[in-house]
Write a protein that binds this ligand. Structure first.
Ligand SMILES: C[S@@+](CC[C@H](N)C(=O)[O-])C[C@H]1O[C@@H](n2cnc3c(N)ncnc32)[C@H](O)[C@@H]1O
Length: 269
């Protein structure tokens, strides 16, 4: 029987690997178990998974700080994983304590861990919903109590759209949230691509399929269409590690080149 730290809820399965805890381990977090670590090490033997996760997290931090600096005080993090190792509420509430954050994930173990970890933070919660079901997300008790859709909101879609493998699924998801968001809202996307490092992207797709959570990569042109009608903030749609880079290097040039990233603003009419 493994140790059960206090952040593990009663229904948190610690015998089978969980992708959010795997991600936590790859980020250097402490919310993971031997089964998760073993799977993570398997990934690292094949590709620089830890560097890729760190690079993605560094982009997330820069985006959240920009949102706060732009005056946005509420965040909807779609496909969040567990909020650990420098997640949105930590970064946003450090910059501005009144920031409100709702995480969304459809995976039960991830949600259970997250609920336990967020207990005691009145301005952060997680909704258990499929991001494709806009109504379920936007009408969830967590969104209703923490997010005012008449005010600008930051809609964060980091690493989630590749899980929506259907041809039009990513565009439909972005469009639905955009329609619900007030002018001035910010939509941030990071999305895996094979444009720059095709061999590495092929390995990422294969590992994800092996885990039972298939992903798809998309080209720059496909990702650009997600921002149609939005005002792209500088520097536009670029490799995520280069988006307002602050000099921090998270890994090899290859690991830093697997995602496109951009932030768009919902225009005032
Ligand atoms: C790669 S992780 C990204 C974590 C986080 N956004 C980040 O970038 O650090 C993707 C997460 O999306 C969740 N997910 C996948 N498909 C989903 C869906 N249709 N609805 C809600 N969550 C989903 C998974 O459970 C997982 O926790």
């Amino acid at each position: 029987v493994q140790d059960r730290p206090t952040w593990v809820p009663k229904n948190g399965d610690v015998e089978r690997p969980n992708s959010a805890r795997l991600y936590d381990y790859l980020l250097g977090g402490a919310h993971n178990f031997a089964v998760d670590r073993a799977l993570a090490e398997e990934h690292i033997r094949v590709l620089p998974a830890d560097e890729i996760c760190r690079s993605s997290r560094s982009f997330l931090r820069r985006v959240v700080r920009l949102c706060v600096a732009s005056g946005v005080r509420q965040f909807l993090d779609l496909g969040s994983g567990i909020p650990t190792a420098g997640n949105v509420h930590e970064v946003a509430q450090l910059a501005e304590p009144s920031s409100r954050v709702v995480y969304v994930d459809d995976e039960a173990v991830t949600v259970a861990h997250s609920r336990a970890m967020l207990k005691g933070n009145p301005r952060a919660a997680i909704a258990h919903a499929d991001v494709r079901d806009h109504a379920a997300v936007l009408n969830s008790p967590e969104v209703r109590s923490l997010i005012d859709l008449d005010e600008p909101v930051a809609l964060l879609m980091f690493g989630i759209l590749p899980f929506l493998t259907g041809a039009d699924e990513a565009a439909a998801v972005v469009a639905g949230y955009r329609e619900a968001a007030a002018p001035g809202s910010l939509i941030a996307v990071s999305h895996f691509t094979a444009d720059v490092e095709p061999a590495l992207a092929t390995k990422m797709v294969a590992m994800a399929a092996q885990r039972g959570t298939p992903i798809t990569v998309r080209s720059k042109d496909q990702i650009a269409t997600l921002f149609d009608g939005l005002e792209l903030l500088e520097p536009g749609l670029v490799i995520a590690s280069q988006w307002r880079g602050d000099g921090e290097v998270s890994g090899s040039p290859a690991a830093e080149s697997v995602s496109w990233g951009a932030v768009g603003r919902v225009p005032h009419e």
